[in-house]
Design a protein around this ligand. Structure first.
Ligand SMILES: [Fe+2]
Length: 409
């Protein structure tokens, strides 16, 4: 990396410093270009055979990250949790989407609801726990209290206030729905009514193996990665072509030539055969006869293999930081029919193996993130026979970003 780099407001010329500063620097050509120009660098119409990938700025520039959060992550159904977190009336969890704190709760009449988690009085964040059980939400600042359906039920010292209606000062609602075991929210309605219809083939496929029903939640794991969320999506869509290089142990038990990928604008689905015949090892059992790896736009990944299901929420924290929240489920029948000791061993070994695979993926994606800062790289190419998943993902993402720019978001 040679040339002039901007570090905060200091210009650095010394090439010996660049390796130390690499993570914090970007070539000036990128930082001085407008966000709109960077968005339009990726051509939506070019066929995959001739197309180049989105430029590096889509993965490294905070302005692109901000645009994604203001557009893609507001106008689409975004995965924020799983249904077992809100299984019983009064159960809730909170989160942050872009700048918006939200709370998801199952109310007393068993209805799933979500709200902006901000008090209507002075903007204090009402619910400060990550998750829990309650029968009302009370703001810790001045005690304003809201029912689980969002209505304001208590506000003290309102005497002499004019033009105030408790009915109009409830927590502001956020659209919420479930998709299989995932909980999705949408901060802004854009009239898109085709989500159900467009995603139902994938949901149907997953449900036929046990997805919405028949699974028991086992545990949750977190990974904080130093890479852009899109690298993790693309890594899961590459037709398993990284497996023999990145996951040498996994490659021994998965039948790679059987891999198939199907991609639409809202999802991609990769399927393949699992354990090789007569493989009775725990690893073989973990993968069973076949698997599905699916990505629902924008940020939900689903892995269904053997008796296991894991859902991954990809939560972008910055252009180069993503939190992965993994929830592990097992088939209820498998749990019922396995002895306690055997089950405990199986879970422990499986989680260890899964952790290894995830760490290998995170490591390679973080390595790519560093490569994206190189002045020698701006765009890459697609392999037309196998990389239609990432290509469709980029085309849909590009369409959403352009829409956001047109709307002035
Ligand atoms: Fe991988």
């Amino acid at each position: 990396m040679r040339g002039l780099y901007k570090v905060g407001c200091i210009f650095v010329k010394d090439p010996t410093l660049t390796s130390i500063l690499q993570v914090f620097t970007k070539p000036l050509s990128t930082t001085s270009s407008s966000v709109a120009a960077e968005v339009h660098k990726f051509c939506l119409e070019t066929p995959i055979e001739e197309a180049t990938t989105p430029p590096a700025s889509w993965y490294t520039d905070e302005r692109l990250h901000d645009l994604e959060m203001r557009t893609v992550f507001r106008r689409n159904w975004v995965a924020v949790g799983v249904t077992n977190q809100v299984a019983r009336p009064g159960q809730f969890f909170t989160g942050l989407l872009g700048a918006d704190p939200f709370v998801v709760v199952r109310d007393q009449s068993d209805q799933l609801r979500a709200f902006h988690n901000v008090c209507r009085h002075r903007a204090n964040i009402v619910v400060r726990q990550e998750e829990g059980q309650t029968d009302q939400f009370t703001c810790c600042y001045h005690g304003w209290t809201y029912r689980l359906d969002g209505r304001l039920s208590k506000a003290l010292r309102l005497r002499r206030i004019k033009n105030f209606s408790a009915r109009e000062n409830g927590l502001k609602p956020v659209a919420v729905r479930t998709w299989g075991p995932a909980v999705l929210v949408r901060l802004e309605g854009d009239g898109r009514t085709d989500f159900q219809e467009k995603t139902s083939p994938l949901l149907h496929h997953l449900d036929s193996q046990g997805f919405t029903q028949g699974m028991t939640h086992i545990c949750r794991r977190y990974y904080d990665t130093r890479c852009n969320w899109k690298l993790l999506v693309e890594n899961a869509q590459d037709h398993n072509s990284h497996v023999e290089y990145v996951h040498k142990d996994l490659a021994k038990i998965v039948d790679l030539p059987s891999t198939k990928v199907e991609a639409t604008d809202l999802y991609s689905k990769m399927t393949g055969l699992g354990a090789k015949e007569n493989d009775e090892s725990t690893e073989g059992q973990r993968y069973g006869e076949g698997y599905t790896v699916a990505n629902l736009f924008p940020n939900l990944a689903v892995n269904r293999y053997g008796p296991w299901l894991d859902t991954n929420l990809l939560l972008p924290l910055a252009a180069d930081r993503t939190r992965i929240v993994m929830d592990y489920f097992l088939e209820e029948d498998f749990v019922k029919n396995t002895s306690e000791k055997e089950l405990a061993d199986f879970i422990e070994t499986s989680l260890k193996d899964s952790d290894q695979v995830q760490k290998e993926d995170n490591d390679i994606c973080e390595n790519v993130q560093r490569g994206l800062l190189s002045s020698a790289y701006d765009v890459g190419r697609y392999l037309p026979m196998i990389e239609h998943g990432p290509h469709m993902f980029h085309v849909f993402l590009g369409t959403e970003l352009r829409k956001g720019l047109e709307l002035g978001q």
